[in-house]
Write a protein that binds this ligand. Structure first.
Ligand code: SF4
Length: 216
């Protein structure tokens, strides 16, 4: 099985066709949102940086992988908080618990694609460290706020479902049809996608958006 890019899951949760255009057809287009997003990630992505405080260790640009999900990627900021029972870290006394902070531009989105990416990161860490992580957070640059997210089994199952669908589409080299929905207005690939010109029929993206709405 080929490992897919972890950050692709945010595109898939937003629109499966957008993910396929980027990951299968190698189409990419910048708009104001993607340029700003790249800038925010650059701020967070200070590779190999590690900061130690009394009860906290902060690491950046941490590579992660999940065999179960077939994903590989980078976590912007991974904190380790000192706890009574946790994992052991080389060259650090005591026990520690991982806590992810995923940096985003703007403000929390209605479509929950950011949450999908965060949950996928958590699932990678859980597999790598053989632990369970209950909470992590999204940081939004525009509002300068952290949004704490509870990592539920329902969210994990939906991420598993996304990954299964992504791998199936990737192996088949299939790009889903456009939906021409409300997401299209802010889509960086609208020009290349031409949603009005493609057929309208029930698609996986409608199905997925409905499931997100039911969960949150
Ligand atoms: S324009 Fe609409 S259908 Fe096309 S990729 Fe973007 S969100 Fe998906």
């Amino acid at each position: 099985m080929k490992y897919l890019q972890l950050n692709g899951i945010q595109h898939y949760a937003f629109c499966p066709r957008q993910w396929a255009l980027i990951s299968i057809e190698q189409v990419w287009s910048e708009n104001a949102d993607t340029v700003l997003g790249g800038f925010v990630h650059k701020l967070a992505d200070d590779r190999y940086f590690e900061e130690k405080r009394k009860d906290k260790i902060i690491t950046r640009a941490v590579p992660v992988l999940s065999r179960e999900l077939g994903l590989t990627g980078i976590i912007d900021v991974l904190e380790f908080h000192r706890v009574k029972n946790g994992i052991i870290l080389k060259n650090n006394e005591g026990f520690w618990e991982p806590f992810v902070i995923e940096y985003k531009k703007g403000h929390p989105k209605a479509n929950n694609s950011d949450i999908a990416q965060l949950v996928a990161q958590i699932m990678c860490l859980e597999e790598m460290y053989d632990i369970v992580i209950k909470n992590s957070s999204l940081y939004y640059k525009q509002t300068n706020k952290r949004l704490n997210i509870e990592i539920t089994d329902d969210l994990k199952n939906l991420v598993r479902q996304f990954c299964t669908e992504m791998h199936t589409l990737y192996e088949q080299g299939k790009t889903p049809k456009a939906t021409n929905g409300k997401n299209c207005q802010r889509c960086s690939l609208k020009e290349q996608c031409q949603p009005r010109l493609t057929h309208h029929k029930r698609s996986v993206s409608n199905y997925i958006v409905k499931q997100w709405d039911d969960l949150i």
